[in-house]
Ligand binder design. Sequence first.
Ligand SMILES: *[C@@H]1O[C@H](CO)[C@@H](O)[C@H](O)[C@H]1NC(C)=O
Ligand SMILES: *[C@@H]1O[C@H](CO)[C@@H](O)[C@H](O)[C@H]1NC(C)=O
Length: 239
Amino acid sequence: MYQWYSEQKPFRWPSFSLFSSLFVIVGVVILTNVVISIKSTPSSTTTSSLPVIDGKWQPLLNLNDDTIRQLFMPRLLDLNQVASKWNNVSEACRHDIRHALTDMFDVSPQNRKAWPFQMFDSWSKMPPSGMFRGTITDYGDYDQCLSIIEPIRSQYCLVDFSMPMPKSQPPPNHNFFHKTLGLLPETFPRRNESTIYEHLEKYSSIFYYTYVEMAICMPIVCNQDDLETILKVKQNNSS
Ligand SMILES: *[C@@H]1O[C@H](CO)[C@@H](O)[C@H](O)[C@H]1NC(C)=O
Ligand SMILES: *[C@@H]1O[C@H](CO)[C@@H](O)[C@H](O)[C@H]1NC(C)=O
């Protein structure tokens, strides 16, 4: 551009070169703006759309401990108490339960570890869905339970609960449709079988034939004694 301008000695040329250089400058400005806008168009869309994509799961990160507990922890026992206070459970077992609870709750929400979720999510739902029409087994998730190898190993256990029944053996011609006597107190105010107690009583004879079978997933260092103590099935077995 400098060389071209230096050639234009005649009077007419400078004005033209001025005009044309002005034109070039305007052109450069326009081009620069176009280039900038071309550059900034994709970058502005990516910067403005990324947080929206990122943020979709934000509510998940904000779930508080209580919600996590209600969603994923065993409902009928307090493993926090077991881990911190139950001296009748081995220290190794309590240590690994504490480890699981720590990795779930004693970290910032973004740092919750996956393995305790996999462990507790492998438990049966208790009581199982459909219990009041006779579904009394729920096998939880065997594969998920045994997929945990780091930082601890886990074990999958089936637990049989027997319901207390009046006689240990029904008579030989007994079947599911026999009503079991002696379950509800004589004084129980009966409501034509509309109450849940009468409903259960009506179908109770199934408990002569089968257990309520549930699955749990626990650290492998928890021995059978530990598990029986934690589930409080020891006293039931011995009585
Ligand atoms: C039970 O059913 C009988 C006959 O259908 C009726 O007379 C009685 O009032 C009912 N009792 C209750 C507690 O609902
Ligand atoms: C174990 O200890 C806990 C807390 O002290 C107690 O509630 C539980 O009944 C005990 N279990 C057995 C089987 O002794």
